[in-house]
Design a protein around this ligand. Structure first.
Ligand code: SF4
Length: 67
């Protein structure tokens, strides 16, 4: 089964941290308050929480694709 690739578009991220609130096992903020992703990819059972994080990111900085 394919896995889910998660990317943060750093030039869009505005540090709202909604993603960290929504999926603390996936996202964190770096020292510049830009979101970073903890792993290269994630299993399909994380799709729901990842899609919620996408919806909750105001500048649409999170991209989730099948890898
Ligand atoms: S919710 Fe979006 S803008 Fe906010 S920290 Fe996460 S990726 Fe960045």
């Amino acid at each position: 089964m394919t896995r889910l690739r998660v990317e943060v578009l750093r030039d869009r991220c505005a540090g709202y941290a909604n993603c960290v609130d929504t999926a603390p096992d996936v996202f964190d903020l770096d020292e510049h308050d830009i979101a970073v992703v903890g792993a290269e990819d994630y299993p399909q059972d994380q799709r729901g929480v990842l899609e919620r994080a996408v919806r909750r990111c105001p500048p649409k900085a999170i991209v989730v694709t099948d890898s």
